[in-house]
Design a protein around this ligand. Sequence first.
Ligand SMILES: Nc1ncnc2c1ncn2[C@@H]1O[C@H](COP(=O)(O)OP(=O)(O)O)[C@@H](O)[C@H]1O
Ligand SMILES: [Mg+2]
Length: 96
Amino acid sequence: MLKNCVEHSPKGGEVNVVCAQNGIYTEIEMSDAGDGISKKDLPHIFERFYKGENASHESVGIGLALSKSIIEEDNGTVTVDSSERGTVFRIKYMAF
Ligand SMILES: Nc1ncnc2c1ncn2[C@@H]1O[C@H](COP(=O)(O)OP(=O)(O)O)[C@@H](O)[C@H]1O
Ligand SMILES: [Mg+2]
């Protein structure tokens, strides 16, 4: 997810990572101010081998699918929010 944020950032752009931990959950949030994911692609980007319309030639479409399966194996969740202003990924593990 972090790699994706870097790959989809403009030159000199900023990628932010925010972590939060409390008695209820642990959350890691990664965001960029890049090209964003289109509305059409957004529901599918965690599918194996899915490549968005902004995908580069080297794109395989495996990173997010693999991340999601690893996170869910550990009972976590991963979500994405995106607009033309950028993309946010959130990984969350409930404490109980
Ligand atoms: N931060 C992002 N900004 C814009 N598009 C993204 C971002 N992360 C992922 N995508 C889109 O989601 C698709 C799937 O991503 P991913 O599973 O990591 O595969 P890959 O990195 O091989 O392209 C990408 O092809 C791209 O279209
Ligand atoms: Mg990737």
